[in-house]
Design a protein around this ligand. Sequence first.
Ligand SMILES: [Fe+2]
Length: 303
Amino acid sequence: MIRTDINYNNIIDGDDAKRAQKAADDSAELHHTEIDAETFYVTQHYERYTEENHRVWKTMWEKRWSVLEGQASNTYLTGLRAIRLTPDRVPLLFGEVDDPFEPGRKIKGINEYLKELTGWQSRGVPGYLPPKAFFCCLSRREFPSTVIIRPEEKIDYLPEPDIFHDVFGHVPLHADPVFADFLQTYGKAALLAGPEHEEALARLFWFTVEFGLISEDNRLKIYGSGTISSHAESEYALNAKEGKGAGKIQRRKFDLQQVIETPFEIDHFQDIVYVLDSFEQLRDAMTEYANQVLEDTDTPAGA
Ligand SMILES: [Fe+2]
């Protein structure tokens, strides 16, 4: 929901935001064939980002970047460069606009690059989408991205998502064809799945997309957006002592069945993480699981 007590929602029109949020909320009651994801999206009025907004992006980028090159998966880093995310300004999603800092120069939206690479697109939304609306977007290769950015006084902690978490944290992986296919398959399965799969699918998302680790070049690397966008979380994930109990972490080899049986807690550092061998492993496990989910539902696959 849009917070009305803090005034940082300057990038989207209030009426546009209300309309989109209502459409997303109402979709919870609809059959999946009746959901129109187009109605959830809002326009990113890029020219309305203030100097403070761009400065917040830059400050957050610099804080993470100083260590991220050594900590993040190569797939994430390659994706970040491929969609031309830059430290000095909030990213533009679509089209081309005048560079706010260099008159006469144009900047291009990240979707213009993504389209060529995997067909994924980041679409502006006013805030959290309910699960069904969110899954519908993923099934269309569209990632709902909050377009507001946190105010400077809340730079270290904002409970709601913002463009830094959504775009810096999530979108670089959408440039990778294997991860791109995984995420769409996840969205399709989750959209069609019966309520008996809800918890398992939420756990799978949590332990991969949000807090997943991967083994690359015999080293542990981070790729989950919750870890990528948090200094403290990534320190813990990579450096906490292995084991059970306070201050320790269990790094388990990824196994889909085990993942969906593992409860998670949101209010402290993750003390169980799952480590992939490769993104192919994740994609293939998801495809198999999606087939199983679809067999269990009344909805024929492809409907
Ligand atoms: Fe996230």
